[in-house]
Ligand binder design. Sequence first.
Ligand SMILES: [Zn+2]
Length: 409
Amino acid sequence: MAIRRSTTKRNGLPTTVQLRLTPAPAQADALATAVQVCNQAATVVSRLAWQHRVFTVLELHRLAYYEVRAQVAGLGAQAAVRAIARVAAAYANRRASKKRAHIFRPHGAVPYDARLMSFNRDARTVSLWTPTGRVTVPYTGRPEDLKAVDTLSVGEADLICQRGVWLLQVALTLPKPAVREPVGGFLGVDQGVVNLAVTGDGVVLPGPALPGPIGGNGHVRTLRERRHRQRRRLQRKGTSAARRVLRRLSGREHRMMTHLNHQISKFVVREAERTGRGVALEDLQGIRGRVRAHRFQRRTLHGWAFAQQITFTRYKAARAGVAFLLVDPAYTSQGCPECGYVSRANRPARGRFDCQRCGLAGHADHIAARNIAARGAAGWAVINQPHATGLPSARRDRESKSPASVGGS
Ligand SMILES: [Zn+2]
């Protein structure tokens, strides 16, 4: 688990707090040994994982549990389990490459979970596992951080010694607000290559609705076009210096998209919250299949950016107690939200919707977002039927394809 050193604030409550431990000298020695042993164990497990090309927790446990306990003196059962989980997580993240065995620094931060650590909030002490037995250490911290530890549920913690000071960086779980009934229906969001997102209210994102210098999609597209030309030029060069520049460029583009996705999802969730609605997006798998991108657009069609927008939106919705659903994307761009008529002929030109039956006309992405919203509402109604037995195990707040479809197949 990557706990950042600084305190992050969400909803005014800290999610990670830093406590200062004040161990007696003998306790400090025990903690130092613990850090060393745990990091050594993680490195042993990591080497085994890499040698055998085994990276999942379960397989890694089978492979490494007895081996690491035999190799690392003083490592208990729980600490061994934790080391294995830590290695699996490291290889799953981009942090550790599978090209070589990941090495854990001997004095690096060591994660502690509930089985290795317990808090006594009244006494302001924490009991921590060490190879020579548990030590009960007093802690101090900023008043607001202490209050947070007193009131919130404690998750994992990182134990680290920085310049002789023992610190415990504790992750706190914020209480998850209950999902409110979307009395106003759903706000649908159409994700696309031309417009990153268009809402059922007709708001085009990114656009003037968002703060910041990026005014609209035209600007984003121009930027990406320029990057693309630059990248092509560098790829043709193929020198190591060119490759370095390439890596930097893709990082920059990645950051720009991440920034935009944060802003878009924030806007969407706030808008839904303000109007008592839930948020509905299309299931990602469908988006890739449906969009027949032009050659010009294909390179802007990064699956990860769509997936990221979904992840951000789901997360922000859960935090705000806003209902969230993924719906079946089939024909959302061809169906008419007014009369239900579905036809390819409803899309006479790129970006245009023109219902051949009832004459409803408009921006194609906007129409699609309205269809998505309707499917969200229909899906929600089905999921929350009191006697919904025999239905596929659709769950609230999780992706579930809407069984109903508006103007769909
Ligand atoms: Zn129609």
